[in-house]
Design a protein around this ligand. Structure first.
Ligand SMILES: Nc1ncnc2c1ncn2[C@@H]1O[C@H](COP(=O)(O)OP(=O)(O)OP(=O)(O)O)[C@@H](O)[C@H]1O
Ligand SMILES: [Mg+2]
Length: 169
């Protein structure tokens, strides 16, 4: 649970330490909950100018030059369900394994694709009660390759004073 924007900034810093080229991070959750904001805070720790990180809702894919790797930031909202993802070139970026790919509105990816691509999934939602700047951020991953990294994430979050709930699977 992040309490405000400054904790979202700290969360972005913690996430940025985990990421490597070839990673696929899928963002899901409530409309306007803060996906773009968290991606901006994360990428600013990877050498991307914050001003460049804007919502790719209309362009679908943005590309940035990170310090250690090229980055693709996508948003499937406008493509919607059953849209033609192949045309966007998204899969080419993922398959190359040299990009860090961060995708908003990943609920529009087919479930089978989500399984195959071994992503880290980050869901951001508004708590039912609470301050307007509070967000619930959930992490999910099936792949072993994320297990160790999620432990590191937890350690970082504890240091930043971010409250962790649940098993954190
Ligand atoms: N703790 C917080 N974390 C993230 N954003 C916050 C927080 N508190 C307030 N906000 C505000 O919430 C808004 C989130 O907007 P943002 O565009 O990041 O959401 P989004 O999930 O990408 O939206 P969309 O569903 O349209 O893609 C911003 O205006 C941001 O300043
Ligand atoms: Mg967005």
């Amino acid at each position: 649970m992040v309490k405000n924007l400054s904790q979202t900034r700290a969360l972005g810093k913690c996430i940025s330490k985990l990421l490597k080229k070839g990673d696929l991070i899928l963002f899901t959750g409530d409309l306007g909950a803060g996906k773009t904001t968290l991606i901006r805070e994360t990428l600013s720790n990877l050498g991307v100018d914050k001003r460049l990180v804007t919502s790719p809702t209309f362009s679908i894919l943005h590309q940035y030059d990170g310090a250690d790797m090229p980055i693709v930031h996508g948003d499937l909202y406008r493509i919607g369900e059953g849209g033609d993802l192949v045309e966007t070139g998204l899969y080419d970026y993922i398959d190359q394994g040299t990009y860090l790919v961060m995708l908003e509105w990943a609920e529009f990816l087919e479930e089978s694709a989500r399984q195959d691509l071994a992503p880290l999934e980050i869901e951001i939602s508004f708590p039912p009660l609470g301050d307007s700047d509070e967000r619930i951020v959930e992490f999910r991953a099936n792949m072993n390759s994320w297990e160790q990294r999620l432990i590191l994430l937890k350690e970082c979050l504890e240091k930043e004073g971010i409250t962790i709930e649940g098993a954190g699977s």
